[in-house]
Ligand binder design. Sequence first.
Ligand code: NBP
Length: 472
Amino acid sequence: MSNSDFGLIGLAVMGQNLVLNVESRGFQVSVFNRTTATTDAFVAAHPDKKLVGTKSLEEFVQSLASPRKIMIMVKAGGPVDAVIESLIPLIDQGDIIIDGGNSLYTDTERRDKWLGDLGFRFIGAGVSGGEEGARKGPAIMPGGPASTWDVMKPIFESIAAKAEGEPCVTHIGPGGAGHYVKMIHNGIEYGDMQLICEAYNIFKAAGFSAAELATVFTDWNNGDLESYLIQITAEIFKQTDPETGNPIVDMVLDTAGQKGTGKWTIMNAVENAVVCSTINAAVEARILSSMKEKRVAASTELQGPETTLSADKAELVKKVHDALYASKIISYAQGLDLITTMSAEKDWNLDLGKIAAIWRGGCIIRARFLNDITAAYRTNPELSNLMLAPFFKDLLNGFQQNWREVVSMATLAGIPVPAFSASLGYYDSYRSAVLPANLLQSQRDFFGAHTYERTDKPRGEFFHTDWPEVIG
Ligand code: NBP
């Protein structure tokens, strides 16, 4: 039987759910997994579906209609190369391989060239939405040749989430652009999660119960902060641990894991001289959280302030709302700035309006305010920084006072707010016509004769001072 419309390799959580999604749109799907017992169990569990289970890659490839459309959904890194190497002798010129995992975009660029040189077609597609998104409609960020995207478009558009009637998938750009944008999506996700955790930590210090927290987050989800992450946070606060009867969140150990996309985002930001301080704070907060034993030991050695947090609860909710929303705008402004910079660097010609639009549904960072981000970039595709779009500028100007009060209040009470304060630091630096870098440049000239420009001379003219010698 060689008539399946689509084939998928890698039947773990994401693969299985994507297969069921594709099948539910009327396509016949062939499946293969390295451990064939998984394939057997999966196909047996869905006897009424148009699935073709295969036990070898040869059988899998033979079961697909031409040109073959093969999606790889295995662990990122070496396994993707291993699967591609095994496929190469079996497939024909013009067949399409799609890597749907969280691959590093530079790996995708390498594979794009490798497969392109051999006459095959390759798409590196970021898929976001976790298990539920994969099953019901993820956001998909495909990169590769536009002509290959045209072939894949009907399937991708049918399986993607829909937002405001538009599918949450678009051709992002050539080569590794799709996986690159997925990486930034994940970096932004890190920022969003950390900002929510800092809001929670302030409320906890102010004596909010889990039930009160559930109410706050439910209310926020009914307002301008509406988003998947705020929604699931409200649900988390409602859950009780069956063993102890305590809120489940109080029973979860405060050490966070990470798989690497946040770190990759930060490394790329530094390489491109773009500030992503909110995401950086989020990555570092996870690192610090993982040092549980060291933190416990230091907690009895290093002193904090005497002050504790006392505030009117309703007033605090309003102030933290403003601090969270303002910091979130900064985080997106930084992530989108990085995309803009890389787009120019790589000549990708990325459309930020389209990218923001596909993040409105299916993915983990889906949020009401992505409608406003989409509108901002559709109105002005050349926007230099999201903070300066009229809608967001007005919000920031309105939020900034409460934002400062929250950062000060938390700092005085010894509650760590690294992402709130990093965001505020970026905001204040960006809006400063004058920064103290005049002193910094003087220091550089002092010890290294690095020269400086003068305030009273045209830019581009460089000066040096003969500084006094310092002994000792
Ligand atoms: P995993 O990332 O846990 O990978 C498991 C799959 O990879 C299994 O099918 C396994 O086969 C296969 N595999 C491995 Br491991 N090494 C292999 C090899 N050398 N050759 C062939 N197959 C190999 O699965 P996942 O969580 O479904 O994620 C798949 C991709 O999607 C990853 O890149 C992930 O980062 C990305 N992603 C995941 C999520 C999520 O929420 N989980 C969300 C978005 C994106 P086996 O059964 O024989 O061991």
